[in-house]
Design a binder for this molecule. Structure first.
Ligand SMILES: [Zn+2]
Length: 380
């Protein structure tokens, strides 16, 4: 059976997987730097072209280009498709490699973007290679979509992701798994961002304090108010994470602003939080509030993952490793596809730790396993 030999095949290919991971990691691909990101996208296109696919670079004006890869099984007619989704951008600016080089130490491969989520892309690449080499029967067209702006909100890729998802029977997201046991992410919070701007009135803090309206005092009062909306038990959080305002200590501040992070498990809670936010009224007389933003990623609800997870779990058992699931507070592009009602399984990428941190790494020995798991999900 071709299916059962995926894992031994991929274990033999581990050196090549690591080499591909190294090549991808040393081409830094920050979301905010188009030129280097495009170079990484080109390398990806070259790699996928070697696997009998059609690789289409979807040009972008401001962000890195996106890559859509199409692979059709040669026999029979395919009526539907599966979407394999991920992003090649990272949160690290160009030059990060100098202090955080790609390196292998023991069972770990370190480097910026390895875990989130270049190793996931490598695992998908070799899953397809295994499917082709072992001539595993695949019933559906496979679309691999690698985008350039997930880490900054997927503004330029969201439409493309949603279009492909609508045509797909299922979506497999190669974002990193959770924790040392590599749990899949069967639910994710809805995520949003808002800005609260306060307009006050400047005045000399010593000569005419009565004429001033202190925007910072107003903002502080509002933040104290919205802090109380946090409900950890329900999973509703609102956090002021960036604040600004004021000019000099002897000038009453005429402007202050806070950027807010919003999260919730449930759609209803999302709407409630947004309503409360937009209904805020100033406390200090004369102060004005300006509020922008809200939720932009809907939650990934477990009901859209549960059937796919059950299949993944039983495949993993056959492959010889346990597979668990978890809920994640962070969002991904899987939130968009699940919100369309398309079955979505997220966290199928690398096992490791340290996403967005100096110790970011993947567990090398898990790479063939996770790659075999994906191959089975696509070929079954
Ligand atoms: Zn990611």
């Amino acid at each position: 059976m071709a299916q059962l030999s995926f894992l031994p095949y991929l274990r033999k290919r581990l050196p090549q997987m690591l080499e591909a991971l190294r090549e991808l990691t040393v081409l830094e691909s920050p979301s905010l730097e188009k030129k280097p990101a495009d170079r990484c996208c080109e390398l990806l296109a070259e790699k996928w072209l070697r696997h009998g696919t059609i690789a289409q670079i979807i040009r972008q004006q401001h962000r890195g280009d996106h890559l859509r890869v199409i692979w059709k099984p040669s026999e029979g007619r395919v009526k539907s498709q599966l979407l394999i989704l991920g992003h090649y951008d990272t949160v690290y600016p160009t030059g990060t490699l100098a202090k955080m080089p790609f390196r292998i130490s023991g069972d770990k491969a370190y480097g910026p973007g390895t875990f989130d989520m270049k190793a996931g892309i490598v695992q998908a690449l070799f899953a397809l290679e295994a499917i082709r080499e072992l001539q595993a029967p695949v019933q559906k067209r496979l679309i691999f979509l690698w985008t350039s702006d997930e880490e900054i909100g997927s503004e330029s890729s969201r439409k493309i992701i949603e279009e492909e998802a609508r045509r797909s029977d299922a979506v497999f997201v190669l974002e990193p798994s959770l924790g040392p046991r590599g749990l899949l992410k069967t639910s994710r919070k809805g995520v949003g961002e808002a800005e609260l701007i306060v307009h006050g009135r400047a005045s000399h803090a010593g000569l005419a304090p009565e004429k001033g309206i202190n925007a910072i005092h107003e903002l502080a009062t509002q933040i104290a108010r919205l802090e109380k909306w946090n409900d950890l038990r329900r999973g509703v959080t609102i956090n002021a994470d960036i604040i600004s305002g004021g000019s000099r200590t002897n000038v009453i501040a005429d402007r202050a602003a806070a950027r807010l992070d919003l999260r919730a498990w449930r759609r209803a809670d999302m709407r409630t939080l947004e309503k409360r936010l937009h209904a805020l009224k100033p406390v200090h007389r004369g102060a004005k509030l300006e509020i922008h933003g809200g939720f932009d990623r809907p939650p990934l609800e477990r009901k859209h993952s549960v059937a796919l997870f059950a299949r993944a779990k039983s495949i993993a058992r056959e492959l010889g490793f346990p597979l668990g699931e978890a809920a994640a507070g962070g969002g991904s592009d899987g939130n968009f596809t699940a919100a369309l009602g398309v079955p979505t399984l997220d966290g199928l990428g690398a096992v490791g730790d340290g996403a967005h941190a100096i110790h970011e790494h993947v567990l090398i020995n898990a790479m063939p396993q996770r790659s075999a798991l994906l191959a089975r999900l696509l070929a079954d």
